[in-house]
Design a protein around this ligand. Structure first.
Ligand SMILES: C[S@@+](CC[C@H](N)C(=O)[O-])C[C@H]1O[C@@H](n2cnc3c(N)ncnc32)[C@H](O)[C@@H]1O
Ligand code: SF4
Length: 359
C-alpha cells in the first residue's frame, strides 16, 4: 500500500500570478496584487483557528498556486509560521523560475522549506513562448543553482508535453536538459485543454493524442534510464524522493487546505473554500468560515475513488477490483502479480479508460 498511515497534509493556495497562461484553469488572478498583504494575514488567521480547533501536526506542507513566489517570501513564511509540523515534515514551495532570488531561497530555508517545485514546462525557448511563459531555459538553470546554493537538494521539475509547434526532438531536449539539472523528482503532464481557457477556443493549437502518447513513452524511457522510477502515471522520482504530500492525496488521506479555493478532506468529508481572494478575506475578517461548499462521499463512492487513485500508482489494486473477463480483456494494459493488478506502460496511457472497468 502507498498509504503513509497517520500522514496529514497542509496545502496553502497563493492565488496570484504576474500573467495568465492561456492554458491554465487554476483559481488565480493577475489584477489584485493589492490584496496580497491582507490575504496573507487572512491565511495566518485561518491557520490559527484550525490550530485552536485541534488540527493535527502536518507531515507535509505544500504551498502552491497560482504563484507562491509572486508574494514576498518573508510575509509568506510568517503566515505559515503557526502550522504545527513533525520534525521530518516535507515542506514544498512551488516556484516560477524567473522569480527566484538568493534572498528568497535563504528565507525559505530558514523557515524550514526543504523541497522546491519549479514550473519549468519546457527547456526550449520557442515552446515556452508558445505556452506564453515569461522565463527562458537559462532562468531555470540559474534557479536550480540558487536553490542548491541555499541547501535545497530535493527539487521537482514540472514539464509539459504536446504543445503546439513542439516536435518530438524538442521534447527529447526538454527531458534531457531537465535531467542534466539532476532533479530528484519530475512531474510530466500532457498539455490538457481545460474548458473556459483561451486554449480551448483555439482548436488549431490542441495537442494530438498520438503525438502525446509517443512523448510520454519517450519521457518514461529517458527518465527511467536516468534512474528515476515512475510511481504514479505522471510522476517519476529518484529512490526515496517520492512526494509525501501527493501520497496523502493518492491514498485518500486527510489534508487541510488554507486560502481561497483550497480543498480539504477529513473523515470522508471534502470541502473547499470560496474561489476569489476578496471573498476569502471578507469571510475570514468577519470571523466566518471561508468554506464555500462540501460533500460527504458514501462508502461505495469512497471505495471506488480509492481504487481509481491507487490504480494510477505502482501500488495497483487487488485483482478482485476487476471482473475476471475484464482482466482478460485488459491484458497488455494490466500486469498481475501477487494478487494485485498494476498498469503496464501501455495501460498508463489509457489509465482513465482502464479505471472505468473497476468494480
Ligand atoms: C497551477 S501550476 C502552478 C505553478 C506555477 N504557477 C507554474 O505555472 O509553473 C502547477 C502545474 O500545473 C501544470 N499545468 C497547469 N495547467 C496545465 C494544463 N492545462 N495542462 C497540463 N499541465 C498544466 C503545470 O505543469 C504547472 O507547473
Ligand atoms: S500556469 Fe502557473 S503561472 Fe500560468 S497562470 Fe497558471 S498558475 Fe499562473
Amino acid at each position: 500500500m502507498i498509504r503513509d498511515s497517520g500522514d496529514f497534509g497542509v496545502y496553502v493556495h497563493i492565488p496570484f500570478c504576474r500573467h495568465r497562461c492561456d492554458y491554465c484553469a487554476f483559481a488565480t488572478f493577475t489584477d489584485r496584487d493589492v490584496v496580497i498583504p491582507t490575504y496573507l494575514d487572512a491565511v495566518a488567521t485561518e491557520i490559527a483557528r484550525a490550530v485552536g480547533a485541534g488540527m493535527p501536526m502536518a507531515t507535509s506542507i505544500f504551498v502552491g498556486g497560482g504563484t507562491p513566489t509572486r508574494v514576498p517570501a518573508e510575509g509568506l513564511m510568517r503566515s505559515l509560521a503557526d502550522v504545527p509540523r513533525t520534525d521530518d515534515c516535507e515542506f514544498t514551495v512551488e516556484c516560477n523560475p524567473d522569480d527566484v532570488t538568493p534572498e528568497m531561497m535563504r528565507v525559505f530555508v530558514e523557515n524550514g522549506v526543504n523541497r522546491l517545485s519549479f514550473g519549468v514546462q519546457s527547456m526550449q525557448d520557442h515552446v515556452l513562448k508558445a505556452l506564453g511563459r515569461t522565463h527562458d531555459p537559462a532562468n531555470v538553470v540559474r534557479a536550480m543553482t540558487l536553490a542548491r546554493d541555499a541547501g535545497v537538494n530535493d527539487i521537482n521539475l514540472d514539464i509539459i508535453y504536446g504543445v503546439h509547434g513542439e516536435s518530438i526532438d524538442d521534447w527529447r531536449r526538454t527531458v534531457t536538459a531537465s535531467l542534466d539539472l539532476r532533479p530528484t523528482h519530475v512531474s510530466a503532464y500532457g498539455l490538457t485543454v481545460e474548458s473556459g481557457t483561451p486554449l480551448a477556443d483555439d482548436p488549431a493549437r490542441h495537442p494530438d493524442d498520438d503525438v502525446q502518447a509517443e512523448m510520454y513513452e519517450l519521457a518514461d524511457d529517458l527518465l527511467t534510464e536516468a534512474g528515476m522510477a515512475n510511481y504514479e502515471v505522471s510522476n517519476w522520482a529518484a529512490p526515496g524522493h517520492e512526494c509525501r504530500h501527493n501520497r496523502v492525496y493518492w491514498s485518500q488521506g486527510d489534508y487541510r487546505g488554507f486560502g481561497s479555493a483550497a480543498h480539504s478532506h477529513g473523515a470522508g468529508r471534502r470541502w473547499w473554500n470560496v474561489r476569489t481572494p476578496e471573498r476569502y478575506i471578507e469571510a475570514i475578517d468577519a470571523d466566518r468560515s471561508a468554506e464555500s461548499a462540501g460533500e460527504t462521499l458514501d462508502t461505495d463512492a469512497r471505495r471506488i475513488e480509492a481504487l481509481q487513485l491507487s490504480l494510477r500508482t505502482t501500488a495497483g489494486v487487488p485483482i478482485e477490483a476487476f471482473d475476471v473477463t475484464d482482466l482478460e480483456m485488459l491484458d497488455g494494459l494490466l500486469s498481475v502479480k501477487d494478487g494485485r493488478a498494476r498498469l503496464t506502460r501501455a495501460g498508463r496511457l489509457l489509465a482513465n479508460e482502464v479505471a472505468l472497468r473497476l468494480k
